[in-house]
Write a protein that binds this ligand. Structure first.
Ligand code: CA
Length: 188
């Protein structure tokens, strides 16, 4: 397998044309683009797929979290509606999900189950009440960790970092049909 000079992080085929064919088939680039533009699109697209999804309807809180996570070097996506949360996670493919328990449209527990139905991405549930955690543990919703409000954004960053480190050492490449995303290569 040859990695092309554009190094979008996709370990792909032996020729740029085969690489492009795979990228189009997997939906990473649109079919109507030529090669240099397609590479640029793939690089942008992959950049948007990595990071942390903040599912939180309190706009100010989400913004503060995003600021701290940006400062720590993460890409963030804020989703404020419970109804759209799972489909947004499916589309964005974040490395970690911060999920508020009380959301408009759909409860955080339901959202957690929806996300778990299609991905093992780590989920940190954020709840306003410590006693809720026991109930959530009992429900076995599939979350990886719990944080109680009020929290310090620094604490959230520290937890996120720890969970991502754990997830990384599990270290299987992200698979897209027909392609393998070489995360180690991308970080180097
Ligand atoms: Ca809320």
């Amino acid at each position: 397998v040859v990695r092309c000079a554009q190094s979008c992080g996709l370990v792909a085929a032996e020729t740029p044309q085969q690489c492009l064919t795979l990228a189009i088939r997997s939906g990473i680039v649109s079919a109507d683009r030529g090669l240099p533009a397609a590479c640029d699109q793939a690089i942008r697209e992959i950049a948007t797929r990595r990071g942390i999804a903040i599912i939180e309807d309190e706009v100010k809180l989400a913004a503060v979290l995003a600021d701290y996570l940006h400062a720590a070097g993460y890409v963030t996506h804020t989703i404020s509606s419970g109804l759209e949360a799972a489909s947004a996670v499916r589309r964005l493919r974040p490395d970690l999900v911060l999920l508020d328990l009380t959301l408009p449209g759909r409860d955080g527990v339901e959202v957690c189950r929806e996300i778990r139905a299609f991905t093992d991405t780590p989920i940190v549930m954020v709840t306003a009440r410590v006693e809720e955690v026991d109930r959530l543990l009992g429900l076995d919703v599939g979350a990886d960790d719990y944080i109680c409000k009020p929290f310090s954004p620094r604490e959230v960053v520290a937890r996120a970092r720890a969970i991502l480190r754990r997830a990384r050492t599990r270290g299987t490449p992200v698979e897209i049909p027909g392609l393998v995303l070489d995360e180690a290569g991308q970080r180097a």
